[in-house]
Design a protein around this ligand. Structure first.
Ligand SMILES: Cc1ncc(COP(=O)(O)O)c(C=O)c1O
Length: 509
């Protein structure tokens, strides 16, 4: 009780926030001032885990090293960046032992939970047995993993390549597509993110990542079929428990927005590329682009158009794979499409640096016309970790959890959208969720960055870590470890509600 009183006077004082202990409140129709003066602030669900004491470099020293010895292009989050020390499932602990609910999972990467015991044990065992040998020799983990991972892919997608990052996986997929088809042009979608290495950067259609050096020769981006922020879209377009607030007059089975975006796609093919195409690459739901969902049927038709022009289709599952969308294991399955090449990274290793490309034997055989080698891809520790991640997804029922808890979250966030003018759109599938913030719902003009940041900081101060994305960072991205619970969702939504209420009060004064 004592701690809640302190809290009431101190929202915004970082050091006191973790001590919030109120009864689970129902926060309806109250202003932030009323909230804070009545000590009603969200209570974090309990957790038995005790983090170790932090005994490493002091905060100031870390900031100094970062400033002088690490890439100045590396951005940190928050005015006072968090110094994180330990992770446990959906929780992160900072150097002072404060606990945070991590709804961003190290950018969609801690898939089965930070330091999941099964994954940790697999890594420890393998590193003590055989930490490295290259794949010029045989070792068991890569073979066990190849069999296990490819058994989860449909159709002819049965040949696996292991790489070290998503960018490298996409580079390989793009290179493969050019070799296999003998064509050069590659098409993607604007606001798509496929990595920062030379090939992948060409397909990353997001100016912030482009440094102004020549890249992307033969790379083209078609209009992103964004049914909330784009030119067309309505209230039936997407595969999500929550639709946009935009009006829709389409008849059942017909989506005008899909047809219009496909017409744009065709225009890109008729104006920017040659008649023959090497590949089309797209994320089933755009991640960095701000959890953008396309109209149903769009990708299916785009795939047909590409194949008519001799191209192959690449599904970038770096964020959407491994059960995150809930209804299916792979994002492409939610669009009823069959890619020729699938790329994966991030959640594949729960934080261990590994990534993969899976393709058909036919494509792999053409790619085999030259040697392909990388030193670390398929490293025994990576493969043991990858196997443990697949087992954890299965044993912990994480795909189902994404569906159940993700839908629960989306429906709760929808209520926030209906209540707050600045919450323009709530979208997503499973635990791949986006909340797009606007100045007002009518214009859908984005909420200015400084205002986004204040809400984001307030959430962090109450123990909730969110991601941001979209071309203008106008979308809160929620892609937590797939083990979060409904209690965690209740806490997160209440924190957001307090932060939004505070924002409304701020703008009224
Ligand atoms: C969809 C997608 N593809 C590819 C990449 C690149 O992966 P990496 O950062 O491991 O190179 C990312 C990274 O954010 C991504 O989100």
């Amino acid at each position: 009780m004592k701690s809640t009183k302190i809290m009431a006077r101190s929202l915004g004082n970082h050091s006191l926030i973790p001590f919030i202990r109120s009864q689970t409140p129902r926060l309806t129709g109250v202003s932030y001032r009323e909230l804070s003066s009545s000590s009603v602030l969200p209570e974090m669900p309990p957790c038995d885990f005790k983090p170790e004491k932090y005994e490493s470099l002091p905060y100031e020293r870390i900031v100094d090293i970062r400033q002088h010895h690490l890439s100045p292009a590396l951005k940190t989050c928050y005015k006072k960046p968090l110094l994180l020390h330990q992770g446990h499932m959906q929780w992160l602990y900072d150097a002072d032992g404060r606990r945070y609910l991590d709804l961003f999972a190290g950018i969609v990467t801690a898939s089965v939970g930070h330091c999941h015991p099964k994954v940790t044990e697999a890594a420890q065992k393998q590193i003590g047995r055989l930490g490295h040998t290259t794949n010029i020799y045989l070792h068991s983990p890569i073979h066990e993993y190849a069999e296990k991972l490819t058994s989860l892919l449909p159709g002819k997608l049965k040949v696996l390549y292991l790489t070290n990052s998503g960018s490298e996986a996409n580079d390989m997929a793009l290179y493969m597509s050019r070799l296999y088809t003998g064509n050069f042009d590659i098409v993607g979608l604007r606001t798509g993110y496929h990595g920062a290495s030379p090939y992948a950067l060409g397909m990353t259609a997001h100016t912030d990542y482009k440094g102004g050096v020549a890249n992307g020769f033969g790379c083209h981006s078609a209009m992103c079929p964004d049914v909330f922020g784009g030119i067309w879209g309505g209230s039936h377009c997407r595969d999500s428990p929550v639709q946009t607030i935009r009006k829709c007059s389409c008849s059942p089975g017909w989506c005008e927005a899909k047809d219009k975006y496909i017409a744009q796609f065709k225009e890109t093919l008729s104006t920017c590329t040659s008649k023959k195409i090497a590949a089309f690459i797209a994320e089933p739901i755009q991640g960095v682009g701000g959890v953008v969902q396309y109209p149903k049927g769009f990708l299916k038709e785009a795939y047909e158009l590409i194949r008519e022009r001799g191209g192959v289709c690449i599904s970038d599952e770096v964020q959407t794979g491994f059960g995150r969308t809930g209804s299916h294991y792979w994002g492409f399955q939610t669009h009823d499409i069959m890619p020729d090449i699938v790329t994966m990274a991030k959640g594949i290793g729960n934080g261990f640096p590994m990534a993969a490309v899976v393709t058909t034997a036919e494509i792999a055989n053409v790619f085999a016309q030259s040697l392909h080698f990388n030193t670390f891809g398929g490293n025994p520790v990576a493969c043991s970790v990858g196997s443990a991640v697949l087992d954890a997804i299965e044993e912990d029922g994480l795909q189902k959890n994404c569906e159940v808890v993700g839908t629960y979250m989306l429906k709760k966030l929808e209520k926030l959208r209906d209540r707050f003018e600045i919450v323009g759109d709530v979208r997503g599938k499973g635990l791949m969720v986006g909340v797009e913030m606007v100045k007002d719902k009518k214009t859908r003009e984005r909420l200015p960055t400084d205002q986004m940041n204040l809400i984001w900081e307030d959430c962090k101060d109450m123990g909730l870590l969110l991601g941001k994305g979209g071309l203008y960072n106008q979308v809160f991205r929620i892609k937590p470890p797939m083990c979060i619970t409904k209690d965690d969702v209740d806490f997160a939504v209440e924190v957001l509600q307090v932060a939004l209420t505070k924002h409304v009060d701020r703008t009224l004064t």
